[in-house]
Design a protein around this ligand. Structure first.
Ligand code: CP
Ligand code: NVA
Length: 308
């Protein structure tokens, strides 16, 4: 593993291995304390967009394990503007031991990885959000068990970057993935093609629907995300008219399996894509899910550094 740019870049076994390690590191964190496996290592964190979870969980993951992290804000780096991505990658390779980048254009993180001598982690691009997908899988496994084949994971809302990573991790782990999106807001067709080819090997079944009620029937997981992702702010008013039938509310949750868990990567736009009643209700796992970013990312970093 040199970089971590997409869940689909790895085999099912490799993804499972990172998740197994995340379970181990999480146990260590709460029982014996973290081993200082990142001692002497610094993670450079390049952000072109805002962040709470990604920034803090990566920073803490490094510090807990004896390393450090350096935050570089959108104004400082000017990725591809003040300086070419190829030059930034080569300069940073001499300063830090790994890079994490949150970008608009997925090609920018690909370009960083191409020119870096150090591992590059995708901390969200317009195409996908693989670290989120790994934390999501860890959360699902904690609830339903490691060998939860045949699980029904349903995503309702905008077919965005988060959908892509959830779809890819579901396909990798043999879970069924049902998605309901309004017309014009479908998941990236390239991402679907990749998911279909993984699903053929793992036995996962992917279903693409328009009707959110059909999508959540028998669901063990209902997942939603913002209707307007970062960078799409100008479309907010238009999207607010299209997406209300896709709101995850108590009625929709009542149509799923009785033990369904409700997930959201956060930040949530409460009472838009997710009602307060559901977000703060008994099915919601949104905060343990956010906390799992820390543990999943420690495992990703450990595999990239080759230290655990
Ligand atoms: N879920 C997530 O990536 O949150 P942030 O945008 O706050 O990092
Ligand atoms: N789809 C959202 C996820 C935020 C974590 C966005 O890209 O803004």
């Amino acid at each position: 593993m040199k970089d971590f740019l997409a869940i689909s870049d790895y085999s099912s076994e490799e993804i499972q291995d990172v998740l197994d390690l995340a379970v181990t590191l999480k146990k260590e964190h709460f029982k014996k304390g973290n081993k200082k496996i990142f001692k002497g290592k610094v993670l450079g964190m390049i952000f072109q967009k805002p962040s709470l979870r990604t920034r803090v969980s990566f920073d803490m993951a490094m510090r807990h394990c004896g390393g450090d992290a350096l935050y570089l804000s959108p104004n400082e780096i000017g990725l591809g503007k003040r300086e070419s991505i190829a030059d930034i990658a080569r300069v940073m390779s001499g300063y830090v031991q790994a890079l994490m980048a949150r970008v608009f254009d997925h090609q920018h993180v690909v370009e960083l990885a191409k020119w870096s001598e150090i591992p590059v982690i995708n901390g969200l691009s317009d195409y996908n959000h693989p670290c989120q997908g790994m934390a999501d899988a860890l959360t699902i496994i904690e609830k339903f068990g490691a060998k939860a084949k045949g699980l029904n994971v349903s995503y309702v809302g905008d077919g965005n970057n988060v959908t892509t990573s959830l779809m890819h991790v579901s396909a990798q782990l043999g879970w069924n993935f049902n998605v309901a999106t309004p017309e014009g807001y479908d998941t990236d067709p390239k991402a679907i093609e990749i998911a279909e080819s993984i699903a053929k090997k793992t036995g996962s079944k992917l279903t693409f629907l328009r009707d959110p009620h059909a999508a959540v029937k028998g669901a063990h997981v209902i997942y939603t995300d913002t209707w307007t992702s970062m960078g799409q702010e100008e479309e907010t008013a238009k999207r607010e008219l299209v997406f209300p039938p896709y709101q995850v509310n108590a009625k929709l949750v009542g149509e799923a399996d009785k033990d369904v868990i409700v997930m959201h990567c956060l930040p949530a736009h409460r009472n838009h894509e997710l009602t307060d009643e559901v977000a703060d209700g008994p099915h919601s796992v949104i905060f343990p899910q956010a906390h799992n970013r820390l543990h999943a990312q420690k495992a990703i970093l450990a595999r990239l550094f080759g230290v655990a």
